[in-house]
Ligand binder design. Structure first.
Ligand code: GSH
Length: 205
């Protein structure tokens, strides 16, 4: 299978963690003519990375869906816990990361560029990001993994998000340590960044 991606994308890192943890053979390739290009849009509906192209030509877009597909197709080693309620919590973490952290956080880079670091618009935007982070703080476990006692799809989603939030909030947005009010997320990030698959995927960036 072929995965179109660019290494700086947190959504691509999410898929890389799953590929590495499952020990899969995948070819990683940059999108033809860059993401959003006409050539790439011919392959994948939104022209976004990551996009997986299966050996039979089936195209699967959206990182959370790609990871679910990898889990369904290559169930061992599993990245979802056996208990249905814990599985639901793992999916909750992915959904909360996308809908309430990334959706609020990523637009702030363009806003900071236009209006300045720590500008009113950026600070206001961070209120929404903090709502998402506070929800995750309440949701994750305290034992090193987002849910349960092993690496799951929740970690694939949350770890790259926390990389971005810790690495770029001050340098690009001027808002200081975005995790300072979240002791559980801070401790989680310190632990999960040392996980071999997370560390390898982040090192590829
Ligand atoms: N919801 C998508 C988000 C993917 C996404 O936004 N990728 C960005 C790079 S980080 C991209 O391809 N942007 C190019 C564009 O929007 O044209 C996912 O989870 O895969």
């Amino acid at each position: 299978m072929k995965i179109f991606e660019v290494a700086v994308s947190p959504f691509a890192v999410r898929v890389r963690i799953a590929v590495y943890a499952k020990g899969l053979n995948a070819e990683f390739a940059p999108p033809p003519d860059g993401f959003g290009s006409e050539a790439f849009r011919k392959i994948t509906p939104l022209g976004k990375v990551p996009t997986l192209v299966c050996d039979d030509g089936t195209v699967i877009a959206e990182s959370a869906v790609i990871n679910e597909y990898l889990e369904d197709t290559y169930p061992e080693p599993s990245l979802l816990p056996p208990d249905c309620k814990v599985r639901a919590r793992a999916r909750m973490v992915t959904q909360m990361t996308d809908a309430y952290v990334f959706a609020a956080y990523l637009p702030l880079f363009a806003i900071a560029k236009a209006e300045g670091k720590a500008s009113r618009a950026v600070v206001t935007g961070m209120v929404a990001v903090n709502r998402g982070l506070a929800a995750l703080e309440r949701t994750i476990d305290s034992d090193g993994y987002a849910v349960g006692d092993d690496l799951t799809l929740a970690d694939c989603a949350l770890a790259p998000a926390l990389f971005y939030v810790t690495e770029y909030s001050d340098s690009y947005l001027g808002v200081g340590d975005a995790l300072s009010n979240y002791p559980k997320l801070t401790a989680y990030w310190q632990t999960i960044r040392g996980n071999q698959y997370v560390a390898r995927a982040l090192a590829d960036k």
